[in-house]
Design a protein around this ligand. Structure first.
Ligand SMILES: [Zn+2]
Length: 447
């Protein structure tokens, strides 16, 4: 039989396709052609069918699908470490929002998103779900790095540098969607910030706009007890019931946090197929609480992992999110079998893609899907010996162990290094912005 040509063959000691069986292949390989997975299996089988002059990877390696970060505000990497050890409301209102109103611009977002994407891709994240402003700048910067994003056009009821009224945000969101729909890497979506920052009319209009364009909605939901008290006193019902009653849950919704949800709300989230982004490190750091992840999973809710912004985390690292979550929920539930390592990686990959509506073409390594994959180097003291590869992914691998990252068949990280030529430029732009932000704060403090 004549062999077919592949653009490259990625080979490793372990291959975790994250398919329906959560199979583990040893001495596995993936043939990549036209940006897609052409074939996968044992190296010998793949090599019998496909030929390529480029064979990468090798022993002491594991191939897994690119990780999916289902909730972030990428541009906020420039506010990393700006204000820490504060409650959410004070952190937002006294530090983050004032800094945003002073600095946000398309230039800021473009430069910051490049840094965020660089950080994410070097940590094995190939798709992220964002909520912010100046989506055109974010989209271009993301494409420059070469990863995928679902970019939510932020909507609030109050004026910011991005728009003045809810209707203006909505109008801009519609135009943004028109511009980006059909892009190979960027999926536009609508992101009303939260129930406390958007009134009923705005949420209804956001739902309608999302339906009109057939795009997902991305929102913060029940992150703090303050929020639940506020919404309950405004509308006489808890947040999830309120959203159900205004028709907001009729359609695709990705809800970030869901820390303070009661049993009947969890059942509603499951029934309405709302995807949940669990941002465990942000919730811990802001002392927002601990989301009832095990109860949500038991009810059938697809829970996935988000970093939230680097200002509340303080990094964009899904390996550490899944590790923290897998340990925390064992302690909280008193059950060491809860959130096992296989489930944790499933939530960080295939489920992440599915809740974003991208499950058809990314999130797992299966024939015909996009070649979005990660190779981790296992030849490290902290990864030796190996009895169960899933255990290592959940409890021992560090983001810095990522050796190779491919998105749509294109090599973005090789030998742990970014393949683009501008890493130092991205870093120096970040330092220049930080200098301006630091001086701005000093001037404010002096006033
Ligand atoms: Zn957030």
């Amino acid at each position: 039989m004549k062999k077919k040509k592949a653009d490259c063959i990625v080979r490793a000691e372990y291959l975790l396709p994250m398919d329906a069986h959560l199979s583990v292949m040893t001495d596995g390989a993936v043939a990549v052609g036209d940006g897609k997975i052409a074939c996968l299996g044992k190296y010998e089988e793949v090599a019998a069918r496909y030929d390529s002059s480029t064979i990468i990877g090798g022993s002491d390696r594991v191939i897994l699908p690119g990780l999916i970060n289902t909730h972030t505000h990428a541009a906020m990497v420039y506010f990393r470490g700006l204000a820490d050890d504060l409650p959410l409301k004070e952190w937002l209102e006294d530090h983050i929002w004032p800094a945003e109103s002073q600095w946000l611009s398309p230039e800021f977002v473009s430069d910051a998103v490049e840094l965020a994407c660089l950080e994410m891709v070097k940590a094995g994240i190939t798709t992220y779900n964002d909520m912010y402003f100046f989506g055109d700048a974010a989209g271009s910067a993301t494409k420059k790095i070469g990863i995928r994003a679902v970019l939510g056009a932020g909507i609030v009821d109050f004026p910011t540098v991005a728009a003045r009224t809810a209707d203006e945000y909505l109008e801009k969101a519609g135009e943004f969607i028109e511009r980006w729909k059909g892009d190979a890497l960027i999926t536009p979506c609508i992101a009303p910030h939260s129930l406390y920052a958007c009134g009923t009319e705005t949420l209804r209009k956001a739902r309608k706009l999302a339906d009109h364009h057939d795009v997902p909605v991305h929102i913060h939901l029940s992150e703090t007890q303050w929020e639940v008290r506020e919404i309950t006193s405004r509308y006489g019902k808890r947040p999830v019931h309120y959203l159900k009653d205004i028709g907001f849950l009729e359609g695709r919704v990705l809800a970030a946090h869901c820390v303070w949800v009661e049993e009947d709300e969890i059942q509603l989230l499951a029934r309405q197929r709302v995807g949940v982004s669990h941002c465990v490190e942000s919730n811990l750091k802001l002392a927002s609480g601990i989301a009832p992840v095990i109860r949500m999973l038991d009810a059938g809710v697809k829970v996935t992992f988000g970093t939230d912004s680097a200002a509340s985390n303080n990094d964009l690292n899904i390996f550490s999110e899944l590790s923290t979550a897998a340990k925390l929920h064992k302690a909280v539930s008193g059950d060491p079998t809860a959130l096992d390592s296989r489930k944790a990686l499933l939530m960080a990959t295939r489920w992440g893609a599915e809740v974003l509506g991208l499950g058809e073409f990314t999130g797992s390594i299966e024939e015909g899907k996009a070649a979005d994959l990660v190779v981790v180097n296992l030849g490290k003291p902290h990864l030796t010996p190996i009895y169960d590869i899933y255990s290592h992914i959940a409890y021992s691998v560090r983001a810095s162990d990522v050796e190779l990252v491919m998105v749509g068949g294109k090599m973005i990280v090789k030998e742990g290094q970014f393949c683009g030529d501008d890493e130092s430029g991205i870093m120096s732009k970040a330092s220049q912005w930080a200098e301006k932000i630091r001086k701005g704060r000093q001037m404010q403090d002096a006033q």
